[in-house]
Design a protein around this ligand. Sequence first.
Ligand code: FRU
Length: 703
Amino acid sequence: MRPPALAFLLCCAGLFAGEADIVIADFEGQDYGAWKAEGEAFGSGPAHGTLPDQMQVSGFRGKGLVNSFHKGDGTTGTLTGPPFRIERPFINFLIGGGKHEGKTCMNLLVDGRIVRTATGPNDQPGGSEVLAWQSWDVKDLKGATATLQIVDQATGGWGHITVDQIEQSERKKESVPVERSIVVEKPYLHLPVKNGAPAIRMRYDLEGRWVREFAIEFATGEPDYWVFSDVSAYQGRTLRISAPLDGPEPLAAIRQADDVPGAATLYREKLRPQFHFSSRVGWLNDPNGLVFHQGEYHLFYQHNPYGCTWGNMHWGHAVSPDLVHWKELPIALYPPRWDDWVFSGSAVIDADDTAGFKRGDEDVMVVAYTSTGRGECIAYSRDRGRTFIEYEGNPVVRHRGRDPKLLWYAPGRHWVMAVYSEAEGKQWIAFHTSTDLKRWTFRSRIEGYYECPEIFELPIDGDKGRTRWIVHAADGAYSIGTFDGQVFTKESGKHTLSYGRGFYASQTYNHLPAADGRRIQIGWGQYDSPGMPFNQCMTFPAELTLRTTDEGLRLFANPAREISKLHARQHTQKDLTVQEGETPIPEATGELLDIRAEFAVGDAKRLGLIVHGSRLTYDAAKGEVEYRGCRGPLKPEGGRVSFRVLVDRTTTEIYANGGRLYMPVGGTHPDDRRGVCVFAAGGASKLLELEVNELKSAWEHRQ
Ligand code: FRU
C-alpha cells in the first residue's frame, strides 16, 4: 500500500501560509443582503439546498447557497454583489450546475470588464449537482475594486448555476484528490456513507487506467450505513482510490470484504419489503430489461450502488425462476465515463441472430439503454445476461430522448424500438424499426407521452384471434389501438391503469413462452425506506389482461399467480353478515398477507376491510374505493364487490373486482400486526367469501 502522506501534506500546505481568509459571501442570510438579484432564476434569497424537481444538491457549506434553479431551468437572471477590494492572491469558491460559458457562470469584473469567469461542470443529461472548489489566481489584480456577478442566461438542460462560500485567501482551494492504493484481495470494497454529507466524486484507477467514478456521501466520521463495490474482476491488482477530501485519513475506512455489507442480516431489516424486490444496498428506480430466458425472469433496474438517493445510474440485475424468489447478481451495466450514465431500457433475445452477435449455441440477449452522454445504445450478452459487451457502433439512435423499449414484431419479422423523444416543448413516443438491432429507421410518432414508453399486444377477453395494442408511458396511463409494426393508431384512451401512489415506469416481460402466454408487468414502487441501507422497491409482478367492460376495452391487473408459492397458513370464512361497525377476524393474523374478499353490498353505505389498522373502503354512494388517501372508481357487479389485497411490510397492492381497479400504495406498518377486520357503515353487508393467506418471506428461500 502506498503511504498517502505526500498527498496529505500538499492538501494542508495552505494552513501554514499568511493571513486569514476573507469571506466575501456565504449566503447564510434570509435574503441576498447587498447582492442584487434580477430576473426570476435566483428567487428572492439563498436556497436551502435542493429546489423542487432538482437532483440532490450537495457540497455547499452551511444551510444556504445561490441556486438559480428557481422554477426550473427555464428561468434566467443575474445576481450581482457589492464592490470589494482584492486583498489576497486567490479567490476561492464552491460552484456547480451548468457548464455553459457566459451563460451559467460566475464572473469577476474590474472596471466593468470581465477579468475571470467560471462555470459549473455539467452540460450532459446525468451529471451531478455537487458543488466543488474552484479558484482564481488574482495576484495581478491586487488592490483593484471588483464585483462578482452570477449569471444564469441558459434555459435548456443544465440551465442553472449554484455558488457558495466565496472567499479571498492566501492559498488556492481546489477540490484536489487525496488517494489510497490497495492490492485487491477480496471481492468487495465496503465504503462508509453518511446521509447528507457532501457528495464527493470518488474515482478508481486500475494500474493507471480509469475504471469507475461515482458520487458518494462519503462518511468522514461515523457512517449511517455501508455500500459496496464489486471488485472481484480486479483480484491481485492494484487499485488507486482517489477523492477530493480535506485529508486522506477517511479513505483508510474503506475495507476489503468477502461478502456484501450487512450480509448476516440482509433482507431482515426493519423496512425491507418481504416479497417485493428491492436492491440489497443502495437506490433503485425503473425496472429495465424485463426478459424471460432459459427459465429465468431477468429484472434489470436503475440502480445507484453508492447511496440511497437517485444518481450514478447503473443497471442492477436480479433473476428469478418464478417471479417471487429473486437472486441479485453483479451489476450488469456500469457507466463508461463519469458523465455518461446508463439510463432505462429493455432487453430481447435475438433467437434468429439478426445482429450477428452469436458465437456457439447460446442465444444472445441484447439490451438497449440510454447512454446519457451518447444516445440510445445496445449491448449484448452471450452468457444469459451475466456479462455484457458494448456494441462498437454505439449509439444506434441519436436524438433528444431516452428509454428505448425493444420488441420483436413477428408479422413483419423486424424489431421495433419505442423511445421517448422531446423537442421544443413537445414530448412523444417515436417508433423506429430495424432488422438487425443496429441500424434503425424512424417510422412514426405519437405525441403527448412522457418517458419510459411501453407497447405490447393483448388478446381481447383471452381470444387470441382478436387482439389490440396497448401503449403507455411512465405514469401508466394507456391508449388502446392497433399497430402495424410501424404506426400505432389509437382507438381509445388515455385510460388510467394505477389509482395508487408511486407507481411508475412499469415495463412488461419480453419473450415469455407462448405456452405461458401471460403479459407480466413490474413497475417501480416509489416507496421510501428511511434509515435503511437501501431505498425503493418494485411492485409485485402483475398479470395484465384486456377485457370488455361496459365502458369499452380496459386493462385488468391481477397479481402473478406465483404469489401462492409464499402461501402459508390459510383462514377462510363464508357467508358472514357484517353488521354496522367493525368485525374482527381473529384467526386471520400475520404480518404479510394475501387476502381475497367478496362482499354483497346489501344496504351498507360503506364497507370493506381494515388491515393492520388501515381502512380499505368501498363507498357505495360515491362508487369509489379509498385506501390511505388514494381513490379509484368501482361499480358493484351483480350487487357484489371483491378485493384482492397483497400486504407487504412497506407496500399494499389492491386489485378490486377481478383486476378492474389496480391500486398499489406505499406506506409502512412494520410494527402493526393488528390483523384483519371487516366493517360496514350505514347498513349491513354480507361477506360472501374471505380467504386470508399468511405469506412467508420470499427471502427465506434465498439460494
Ligand atoms: C424515469 C427515468 C427515466 C430515466 C431513468 C433515469 O424514472 O427518469 O426516464 O431513463 O429514470 O434513472
